[in-house]
Design a protein around this ligand. Structure first.
Ligand code: ADP
Ligand code: MG
Length: 406
């Protein structure tokens, strides 16, 4: 049982393994919020696959499995564009089942009746929870209706754990037995490792777009990292605060003060923050735009930094070299455009190449950059929850986890 120790130590949350499921209706809140193709197929089934261990465990334990998820932002009403129907199909293939029951809704007398008629080993996927505005409003009546579908509640939707919705918080109090699934456990285990007891040296790499969104992450990481490398648009704000010329780069100048303070705090703590030594610059963000590399951290007037330059990739790679724990959030540039993705890919390869380190990727765009680079199997853990992983690292208590506490 040692495997589950971190969950038990940090919280009083039961794990699915602790609960008896045989013959019971087990409601599993999953995060099947997957991207769809233009013709309505599942474009990336990573999130479905990530929940399979929990679903398969419940099936093996002879439970009646009822799955619920949101998909996209359907504005609280039925919208076929956001139907989970393609997910039900993919799930059936992945589970190698003859049938996944897929009703037209997620609550109602008919569905409750279905849940009572289902046999152990059967799976039902409810229709998109967000077809009801009551889901996001955490409406009590709606929560009770969801709760009436089950005997046991399992939350395996780490990606939705930072939201207090009916399916993540409201319904939990109306179900007798509750616990966390395997994916939830894994997420908590790795992210706890980062904030609680990282093996050292611990190096964090931060990038992406918004200092304002991530300043609390930086603050909390400064309590635990040995060094910090900052790239992407986030670095622009730091460089501007230090007096470098950033041209037309994306800079949150109103965050000058916040960036300066973070710097000072790092200095008093003796934690080095590494910033870009050079940039890939363009005059406009465009596939065709002519590209230059700066000779230092300044950006000329009329130009903007869209990626870290080669000297910076080398610096960050060197600082990562002997790391035993790495946390990476946020791409190093506008990685969506191939020409500006070299810095992000360089850092991804540097992290993937570390042989003896625990490497953890948090953040939606960083995770997708790693997948694009085909390096997902070289990382210890890629969090399935962008926002949730960041709030966890900030040290916030996630409502979905709090609801699971005994
Ligand atoms: P994550 O999802 O991993 O937490 P963010 O959402 O914070 O990351 O940031 C990702 C976005 O940041 C991407 O859309 C990327 O294009 C943008 N970005 C990164 N560097 C720059 C830059 N130098 N200038 C403009 N945008 C940038
Ligand atoms: Mg993002």
């Amino acid at each position: 049982m040692g495997f589950f120790a971190p969950l038990r130590m940090t919280t009083r949350i039961q794990h699915i393994n602790d609960l008896s499921l045989a013959g019971k209706r087990v409601f599993i809140r999953v995060d099947f919020n997957v991207p769809l193709t233009a013709d309505g197929k599942v474009a990336d089934d990573t999130r479905i696959k990530a929940c399979l261990p929990t679903i398969q465990h419940a099936l093996k334990a002879k439970a009646i499995v009822i799955l619920a998820s949101h998909l996209g932002r359907p504005k609280g009403e039925k919208d076929p564009k956001y139907s989970l129907s393609p997910v039900a199909e993919r799930l059936m293939e992945l589970l190698k089942l003859e049938q996944v029951i897929f009703p037209e809704d997620c609550v109602g007398d008919g569905i409750r009746k279905l849940s009572l008629e289902m046999k152990p080993g059967q799976v039902m996927l409810l229709e998109n929870l967000r077809f009801h505005k009551e889901e996001e409003l955490n409406d009590e009546k709606f929560a009770k209706k969801l709760a009436s579908l089950c005997d046991v509640y399992i939350n395996d939707a780490f990606g939705a754990a930072h939201r207090a919705h009916a399916s993540t918080v409201g319904m939990v109090q109306f179900v007798k037995e509750k616990g966390a699934g395997f994916l939830m456990q894994k997420e908590i285990e790795f992210l706890t490792k980062v904030i609680a007891k990282p093996e050292r040296p611990f190096v964090a790499v931060l990038g992406g777009a918004k200092v304002s969104d991530k300043i609390a992450v930086i603050e909390n990481l400064l309590n635990t990292v040995d060094r910090l490398a900052v790239g992407g648009a986030m670095a622009n704000t730091f460089l501007a605060a230090l007096g470098f010329k950033m041209g037309h780069s994306k800079v949150e100048s109103e965050k000058n003060y916040v960036a300066k303070k973070a710097f000072e705090r790092a200095k008093t703590k003796g934690i080095p923050i590494f910033l870009p030594l050079d940039h890939v610059i363009v005059q406009k963000i465009d596939e065709e735009a002519p590209v230059q590399v700066t000779s230092d951290a300044n950006v000329p007037e009329g130009w903007m930094a869209v990626d870290i330059g080669p000297k910076t990739v080398a610096l960050f790679s060197k600082e990562l070299q002997n790391a035993k724990t790495v946390f990476w959030n946020g791409p190093m540039g506008v990685y969506e455009i191939e020409k500006f993705s070299k810095g992000t890919l360089g850092v991804a390869h540097a992290i993937a190449g570390l042989k003896r380190a625990t490497t953890i990727i948090g953040g939606g765009d960083s995770a997708s950059a790693v997948v694009q680079a085909g390096l997902e199997n070289k990382m210890t853990h890629i969090s399935t929850g962008g926002g949730a992983s960041l709030e966890f690292i900030e040290g916030k208590k996630l409502p979905g986890l709090k609801a699971l506490e005994l």
